[in-house]
Design a protein around this ligand. Structure first.
Ligand code: MG
Length: 158
């Protein structure tokens, strides 16, 4: 059996915050605002795997109204979610992601982002791909006010 899942997230970019993508810190003047550490890619991936597993979504498991998740490490949230998925017998076929932000360029950090996500999930980095895009100067992402991430994941169960 195979199942597909999709995740998407967007966070404002503000000064005084770290810019985290899949647990990798990207050197930049701004970072993601959020109740947790704001890691937009980790959140999209978490929603994709939970959706593929038919288990729920990130807001259900880690509600922003719960102070337990204030400044939470999003990689830890991903690991908790991934354990729920693998406990149901699912294996990762692959995970494909797109990060959209006007700056900085993602390409130089692609491998470290892939490695960070792979380490968090206990899978080979070859199963995870990450692409960087811009919004061509359009909308809030294009004005550099936000970063967006999308992730699609395929799971298989023998
Ligand atoms: Mg989020």
């Amino acid at each position: 059996m195979i199942r597909i899942g999709l995740g998407r997230d967007l966070h404002r970019l503000v000064t005084g915050r770290r810019f985290l993508l899949g647990g990798a810190e990207i050197p930049f003047a701004k970072g993601e605002e959020g109740h947790s550490d704001g890691d937009v890619l980790a959140h999209a991936v978490t929603d994709a795997i939970l959706g593929a597993g038919g288990l729920g979504d990130i807001g259900e498991f880690f509600p922003p109204s719960d102070s337990a998740w204030k400044d939470a490490d999003s990689i830890e949230l991903l690991q908790i979610a991934w354990k729920k998925v693998t406990d149901c017998g699912w294996n990762l076929v692959n995970l494909d992601c797109v990060v959209t932000c006007e700056l900085p360029k993602i390409l130089p950090y692609r491998q470290s982002i892939r490695d960070s996500l792979a380490k968090a999930m206990g899978v080979k980095s070859e199963l995870i791909f990450v692409k960087g895009k811009t919004a061509e100067g359009l909308d809030a992402v294009g004005r550099g006010e936000a970063a967006e991430a999308m992730a699609v994941c395929l799971l298989e169960k023998p």
